[in-house]
Design a binder for this molecule. Structure first.
Ligand code: GLA
Length: 325
């Protein structure tokens, strides 16, 4: 049995891919996963590095892979402070930047709107800690909020709804289980709801480690988010074997750590199932341990093993745990 079949009654299990892994991991993705997200290729700074000239070659290839395999696709992401062409901020005014954002959203919607069912319209605008809040009682510092003003998120969602009305629109963020940050995330969504802004889903990245967050914090966060009444997607799950950047490099994943990782995935999926009325998708950030961003984050060149399949694409203890009856 596959992972997607095992969980189909609770939620759809997906994975992110890129224009390389659709070839190197394509059959594994098609066998085990029920949806895909482009890892980087649909981001503004990747698809149009100068902010004006678009090269659709790679997102087109990923879309063709999705269509050929009948895999629904999430769009990621339209407004973010990273992987964005810096040129768009130079000498920009509120009006010119709004025009640029609208142009980008319309371009992406025209090309991919019919192929995607959900979109992370806005990514990571909430400040990580109270001290880092720079505007609106909520936002991190970024050129978007500085130049456009505090309605930049509302504007992006309104533009996205007009450009692709049939696509479910999500706000997506990390540290989603942090008690302080989760309250700010809720305030953002509730504020948008009060103002009539079409936010329809909340994306929970879930970049975790075998050392945390605790399942108590996960449940606490999901209880909070459930009250918003929007659909919930786990959008970027991976479970690092390291506690932090300072942790010593591992030569290989020890059986103890792999067991602990299996425990985390297993417990988390059990919790996700308890919210399956609202939580409809769980996506891992990558497919197998031979291609993970964590090999270079937070420490460049430090190998990590955060996913459900190993470097040879074989199921890990975590996969077996998820498949257990
Ligand atoms: C964040 C972003 C993703 C990706 C990951 C790391 O979570 O939302 O697009 O860049 O970081 O790869």
């Amino acid at each position: 049995m596959s992972l997607k079949a095992r969980y189909q009654e609770a939620f759809c299990v997906g994975a992110t891919v890129n224009s390389r892994t659709i070839h190197t991991h394509g059959s594994l993705v098609a066998r085990e996963f029920g949806s895909i997200t482009c890892e980087n290729e649909m981001k503004f700074g990747v698809v149009a590095p100068d902010g004006q000239h678009y090269d659709f070659t790679r997102p087109d290839a990923i879309t063709a892979f999705a269509v050929a395999n009948g895999l629904p696709m999430r769009m990621h992401t339209l407004l973010w402070h990273r992987q964005v062409p810096q040129a768009i901020f130079q000498n920009a005014t509120r009006e010119s930047l709004l025009g640029c954002l609208q142009g980008h959203i319309q371009t992406m919607a025209r090309r991919y709107g019919e192929h995607v069912f959900a979109c992370d319209v806005v990514n990571e605008v909430i400040a990580d800690s109270a001290e880092k809040v720079c505007a609106g009682g909520l936002y991190r510092q970024s050129p978007w909020v500085e130049i456009i003003g505090e309605d930049f998120v509302d504007q992006a969602f309104t533009m996205a709804k007009a450009a692709m009305p049939q696509v479910k629109l999500f706000y997506n963020d990390y540290n989603e289980c942090d008690r302080d940050k989760s309250r700010r995330i809720c305030r953002l969504i509730q504020g948008m709801q009060t103002r009539g802004i079409p936010v329809e889903g909340l994306g929970l990245q879930c970049h975790w480690s075998v050392y945390g967050p605790s399942m108590d914090n996960l449940r606490h966060a999901l209880d909070l988010y459930s009250r918003l009444g929007v659909e919930l997607h786990v959008t970027e799950m991976d479970v690092s074997l390291y506690r932090e950047a300072q942790s010593p490099v591992l030569a290989c994943p020890t059986p103890e750590l792999l067991e602990r990782q299996a425990e985390v995935y297993g417990q988390a999926f059990e919790v996700f199932k308890q919210y399956s009325g609202l939580l409809t998708h769980v996506t891992t950030w990558g497919v197998a341990d031979d291609a993970t961003w964590l090999d270079n984050f937070p420490v460049r060149g430090r190998k990590d093993w955060p996913l459900l399949f190993d470097e040879s694409h074989q199921p890990k203890p975590a996969w077996h745990r998820l498949m257990a009856p």
